[in-house]
Design a protein around this ligand. Structure first.
Ligand code: ATR
Length: 270
């Protein structure tokens, strides 16, 4: 029976993951099946176990199941432990479930791909929810000068910074006390979804700064339009999506797909 993989979410019908993994499988000659499955909101764990009983070997996990996936794992990567969330499940040969999170490494690979240097950079991260928690470890591993986390609810940013303080220079607070300039500003709030912009000061960007939105769409997000008008180079989260998928694929199949052509194909289809 063909090895099966899937992405679990709810809702999930708009996921691009089946398309991305089909392209990776074709490229690497791996015979796998990859589908999108809407897990019941009250029984994600059951959905995973049913899947593994029917040749399921691994899965991606998206909203709203990343924390429940984290809880069901038998073993976890260090970065997943830090993130408190899992986006990649792997069924081990011993039938134990291993959990990893590839979102952060996906972001860092996409930044590298676009020539953005983390080492020595002054980085601002907007937001303090699950999306941001998931990328802090790989960002700090790039040895930036410092990372500032700014959030609408300042206390959440401060607490998050505290959780990662052993990995580097990181501090958190509200938007009102923000003090630039920054070389890299990453929007990890969900404000883009509703077309809103956090209250940001005009003098945020250093010369040659990059603005990155973890969201993407056919049109630039409000945040990216705002950043472009202030002279920053802008990047959206489409590349992060493809890179996190590639890292999951590597966890499952031990092969690294070439992400460039897949990214271009998705961009054209937006
Ligand atoms: P996710 O898993 O996408 O990170 P989350 O954990 O609900 O989702 O976090 C959403 C983040 O977006 C939070 O940092 C939230 O700020 P609060 O902690 O103050 O709620 C932020 N956010 C959502 N809507 C926002 C808006 N309109 N302006 C600014 N920040 C917003």
């Amino acid at each position: 029976m063909t090895d099966r993989y899937c992405v679990f979410g709810n809702p999930i019908s708009h996921s691009k993951s089946p398309l991305i993994h089909a392209a990776f499988a074709e490229q690497t000659g791996e015979a796998i099946e990859y589908t999108a499955i809407a897990a019941p909101l009250d029984d994600f764990t059951g959905a995973w176990h049913r899947f593994t009983a029917e040749a399921g070997r691994g899965a991606n996990v998206t909203v709203p199941f990343k924390e429940e996936a984290f809880r069901l794992c038998d073993t976890l990567s260090e970065r997943a432990r830090r993130a408190g969330a899992v986006n990649t499940l792997v069924l081990g040969k011993n039938a134990l479930t291993y959990g990893d999170t590839t979102d952060g490494v996906g972001l860092v690979r996409d930044l590298e791909h676009h020539g953005v240097t983390l080492e020595g950079a002054r980085i601002l991260v907007l937001g303090a929810g699950g999306a941001v928690r998931g990328v802090l470890e790989p960002l700090l591993a790039g040895q930036p000068r410092y990372v500032v986390i700014a959030n609408r609810t300042a206390a959440k940013a401060a607490a998050l910074a505290q959780d990662f303080a052993d990995l580097g220079e990181v501090r958190g607070g509200g938007f009102e006390t923000l003090d630039g300039p920054f070389d890299l500003v990453i929007n990890g709030t969900s404000a883009s979804l509703s077309g809103e912009l956090p209250p940001l000061p005009d003098a945020l960007f250093a010369p040659h700064a990059t603005a990155y939105d973890m969201m993407y769409g056919a049109e630039p997000t409000v945040f990216l339009r705002w950043a472009a008008a202030r002279g920053a180079r802008t990047l959206d989260g489409l590349g992060m999506l493809v890179e996190q998928a590639a890292e999951s694929f590597f966890q499952w199949r031990g092969k690294r797909p070439d992400t460039g052509p897949v990214r271009e194909r998705l961009r054209r289809a937006l």
